[in-house]
Design a binder for this molecule. Sequence first.
Ligand code: AMP
Ligand code: MN
Ligand code: MN
Ligand code: MN
Length: 290
Amino acid sequence: MAAFFSKFDLHTHSNASDGALSPTQLVQRAYKKGITHLALTDHDCVDGINEAKEAAKGLLTLIEGAELSTLFNNEQIHIVGLFLDTQAPALKEYLKNQKIKRIERAVAIGEKLERQGFKNAYEECKKRAAPGASITRGNYARYIVEMGRAQSADEAFSVYLKKGKSCYVKTQWPDVSVAVKAILESNGVPVLAHPRRYQMTNTKLRELIEYFKSCGGVAMEVGSSQMSPSDRDFIAKLCEKYSLLASLGSDFHVEGAYRELGYNLIIPDFVKKVWEHPLAKPYNFPKENS
Ligand code: AMP
Ligand code: MN
Ligand code: MN
Ligand code: MN
């Protein structure tokens, strides 16, 4: 089957967190790929939104988003907020606390990397992102590759950054409920990000979805760049079962990787789409995504 490219992509990153492109470059790339509705969803950060909105004028519709780091049963879970009021006090408060945690963690990871022979790791890593960017392990992975100490970001994770490896630092991210509440109070739609990517059994995944739903969660990502048709069908059925709306997003970070803007973002017909939510109305999504 020919590759499918969606006109909507509701999960992407810029160099305001661990994406390689500036918000302007990201928007221009999305436009060239035929995207009409793009959400910028940097990790625990909305600093790239204003630049992206400016760049989007006349090209595409930019949706204000963020990807919030949380915990469920000690597992790191990502909750995307879409259609956010980025000026809402609840969101600002959440992001302020996350910023402190992220800086402390990034500094601690940097110190561990220095013990592995990387010089000024934190400063060097920061230099490669936008000023004040939200530094994640993704930033470090690219830096490790650039230093020639791993062949790929994936290898950087397996050798240094993953749980149990020499440069791993655990962080007490807030509970899922805290992120969902902050998003709801900021006029946004909480979306459970990439449900197939967590290291958990299907039973645990159902528990997570039930918990997310009980906290006020509204949607779940059904269309992801790397998803197989059978996984997509499985997640879509869970989406329907728990009366969640379906979202889609490539989780694009960098050119050349297997995740590309719009690529393979498919949602089966039988589930309701997140762009049918009342809060999506001002963004004028066309009914059909093709
Ligand atoms: P953090 O939120 O600081 O724990 O970093 C998580 C980020 O690291 C994710 O958003 C991905 O961009 C990146 N990441 C996680 N696992 C991998 C992997 N195996 N290979 C490459 N990047 C990864
Ligand atoms: Mn990332
Ligand atoms: Mn994520
Ligand atoms: Mn992401």
